[in-house]
Design a protein around this ligand. Structure first.
Ligand code: AHG
Ligand code: MN
Ligand code: MN
Ligand code: MN
Length: 339
């Protein structure tokens, strides 16, 4: 009989996606093929990030993106890799990328029933310093399939069906959810070139001990945001709590990954400098809010559930506080009391 050793019965991401497909009798396998293209993109970026310094892939590409940011060479390279791999899969009709000004409309013969939104390289301002960076993606089903028009992309975040990120750090971790309160973490085995299940069924602790926000913006925060972080730093005696610890890496993928595993709160609030905060709804806030909720946490703008937002433009931004359910309930309370 087959021995059920771990070594000979490994749960690869490809196998996991196929098992998800079998859960849906009407599944056609399209999403499995789409997810393979996502994997190829992540493996390519991982390889580039690993050797960036060696083949002079760090530094500026010399142009700006629609966000007004100086594009890094790796921003451009990873974007092109994802666009090509995803388009070739034949499963997407539209794509929204942080690094492309307009919606990418896939040529007729390659259009499929999904739309994907992605940040090909998140945290790229850190790349030259060797800090963790990542890729963030969200996949939506287009009601009209390949005949869909563009307006079918600007829908509420709750329509999302797959949310995930890949973090290029000391190891390469891909975290994703297909919904039904299941968030799974995979680690790339470079020898096999396969993502292996290493963090099954991730649940975020209801309350943590860490807050993660750029305190350099404190001068511009509104009253509610200031009151909330003050309550973590100077807990009242009756709260019976100790001050939270501060951890801020400046790469959303790394800060969210730590928040998901350890608990606590990650935030990029609205402030007087940037009324809508900095993070982009379609390819940063929506996928991360979805993953957080499916892991048992919450994601709010302060006053609204992030996934209830409907973006007007593809690069719209929103304020975001995400983390454990109890931590985020405190945020919502601070916004109710300080308006
Ligand atoms: P990107 O590199 O994709 O443009 O995203 C950068 C974002 C996000 O990764 C991070 O949370 C945030 O920028 C940090 O912004 P500040 O440096 O203003 O704190
Ligand atoms: Mn950027
Ligand atoms: Mn980003
Ligand atoms: Mn980016």
């Amino acid at each position: 009989t087959m021995t059920d050793h771990k070594q000979t019965n490994i749960m690869t991401l490809t196998r996991y996606v196929l098992e998800q497909q079998r859960l849906h009798p009407d599944a056609t396998g399209d999403l499995s093929i789409a997810m393979n293209a996502v994997q190829v993109g992540c493996k390519f970026v991982e390889a580039c990030v690993r050797k960036a310094r060696l083949i002079n892939l760090v530094g500026l590409a010399g142009n700006q993106n629609v966000q007004g940011e100086d594009q890094k060479k790796l921003d451009v390279l990873s974007n092109e890799m994802f666009v090509n791999a995803l388009q070739a899969s034949g499963k997407f009709s539209f794509m929204v990328s942080e690094e492309v000004d307009d919606i990418v409309v896939v040529p007729e013969e390659l259009r499929g029933k999904y739309c994907i939104t992605f940040d090909p390289l998140d945290g790229s301002s850190n790349i030259d310093a060797g800090v963790n960076v990542g890729t963030i993606f969200g996949i939506w089903r287009l009601p009209s399939g390949p005949k869909a028009t563009v307006d079918e992309i600007l829908v509420a975040g709750s329509e999302i069906i797959v949310g995930g990120y890949c973090m290029y750090g000391s190891s390469c971790n891909l975290i994703l959810t297909f919904g039904n309160n299941q968030v799974e973490g995979f680690t790339l085995d470079p020898a096999l070139g396969e993502f292996i299940l290493t963090h099954p069924d991730i649940k975020i602790p209801n309350r943590g001990k860490i807050y993660s926000v750029n305190e350099g913006n404190s001068l511009y925060w509104d009253a509610a945001t200031r009151a909330y972080f003050e309550s973590l730093k100077f807990p009242t005696p009756e709260s019976g709590r100790k001050p939270y610890s501060s951890r801020y890496i400046g790469s959303m993928v790394a800060d969210v990954h730590r928040t998901l595993l350890y608990g606590g709160v990650f935030a990029y609030p609205s402030d007087r400098k940037s009324r809508q905060g900095k993070l982009r709804i379609l390819y940063e806030s929506f996928p991360m809010a979805y993953i957080t909720e499916q892991a048992g946490g919450k994601a709010t703008t302060g006053t609204t559930r992030v996934l209830d937002l409907v973006p007007k433009h593809i690069h719209d931004r929103c304020p975001i506080f995400l983390g454990g359910a109890d931590d985020i309930s405190d945020v919502e309370k601070a916004f109710k009391e300080n308006n």
